[in-house]
Ligand binder design. Sequence first.
Ligand SMILES: [Zn+2]
Length: 597
Amino acid sequence: MKFSDRDRIADITITEPGKIDAFFTNVPSVEPVTAARKATVQPSVYTKRVLEENAVQNLSVAKIADTIINAAVSERASDIHIEPKENSTIVRFRIDGDLRHAFTLKKNTGVMVISRLKTQAGMDISEKRKPQDGGFATKLGERVFNLRLSTTSTPNGESLVMRLLEPYAKPKKLEELGMSEKQAQTMAAAAARSSGMILVVGATGSGKTTTIYSLLHNIDYKRRSIMSVEDPVEYRMPFVNQQQVNEKAGVTFEALLRASVRQDPDVLFLGEVRDGFSAKMAIDFASTGHLTITTMHTSNATTAIFRLERLGIDRGIMADTVIAVVAQKLIKKLCPNCKKETPISPEEAEMLAPFTSEIPDVVAHPVGCPECRNTGYSGREGVYEVLEFDSHIAEMVRAGEPISRIRAFLRQRGDFLISTHAISKVRDLVFAPADIFEKALAEEETHVAKPAAAPDATVMPDTGRHDDDSGLERPISILLVDDDDDTRKLIRRFLETEGYDVTECADGIDALLCLGKKHVDLVISDINMPNLDGFKLLEMVSQKGVESPVILLTSSTETTYEEKGLGLGAADFLRKPVKREVLSLRVKKALGRARGR
Ligand SMILES: [Zn+2]
């Protein structure tokens, strides 16, 4: 629907109908058009609107900026990205870990919005090339938000990312975050101890800080003094003496840590063990009658032991001092309103089989409804493994047992590992099978596949030799990934006539499973596929250290794909339909390059 075209200053594209209410109802001064808007909205129709003059006057740059923030909050976004493109400016929200398109602004409007936000954050608006950081607080209704801004320059101009933090949000209970009752009890008992170390590990954005805030609320702060060293402080806790690193002002992490230890609090929350120095300070403090809670970047709880060891911490001291290690990941939850239950498919059963003996009969899948804005998902929930240093574990750690042995022991004992916890939530119809694969199973599988793995081993087995022991050359193997049966058949037939050994996979997950089982010399993958697309596959292949080159193949006309694919490390990029001769040459080229390395 189109409004009057005169004097417009803002073009706004609204891609999700649910967003329209969120977009306008929070901005009182544009109410005149709300009614008209509601009446014209159809589900899943891309609507481009030009605001009428009356509304436009009210939609000043400041109002647009506020509106974007309002919409982001009402959609539970963690970050707002404002990105200049060649002829427009795109606003995207990160929701439940995924970036989603929110608005399209006129290019110039975008520039003004960024300037407006930079001004609010006390940043230099004349400087548009050098990266800058800043921040400001804003109040929406009763809620206070801290916005942390950072800018970078792109070929199309300055882009801005804002992180939204709600510093006074009420912390959730550990069970509400997704822990099982038993896990939460173990953690509550750990937090009640007067000395020792609790480690919370996981990737950036896995919710470690949220877990720690929840844990700190379990501590009797009336009787015990709590101090923190954080970089930055994400939530305010009135009962904690919180200290924030400020390197620019000379308040370094190291200096704050030393000062805190001198002040001798009962409980120290150290934002992160980042090096040998902080590891040693943290463990010394924990072993001398204090409770220390801190985080590390490792993928699971057992790996944390090896990371500490590498940072120079003796196994014996670890065994005496560490109380528990919690590892966590966040996984998208199915929308309870529209999820669809179906009997498990053979592929899904095969995917789960290596991790559990109890394959569920029924699983749930995303559908999409107005309540979840047609995404099929609603929020995220944690999956955890809580490695309690009881006498068995402490003894294994002290004895220098390898990671695989400790992990196998936990598995045998029936402790929840991240993989088993995730599968239990598939069984409870909270997660879809495909959604736990990448985050909770793919990594675990490599530990299973490589029992004598070295510390931190997340690399898939590489048997990358073209000659086997007999000295005979085996055929070059190609993994062909495409969800379209016909395309696959066609390319396969062609490649086989060229003498290649071809394995077919119907999507990225399939391909990862296959790559875990066998070595291939080359991967040819489609981009748009269900479950795990070609880009994600590419990312995971390189994360896992698989050295096989990847050629991306697409029928999409999206112009950014080539740049994105090559940026992610693709060896080559081809558009369908592709000529046989061209494919033949490109395959040879990619293989030649890989062998020449
Ligand atoms: Zn839904």
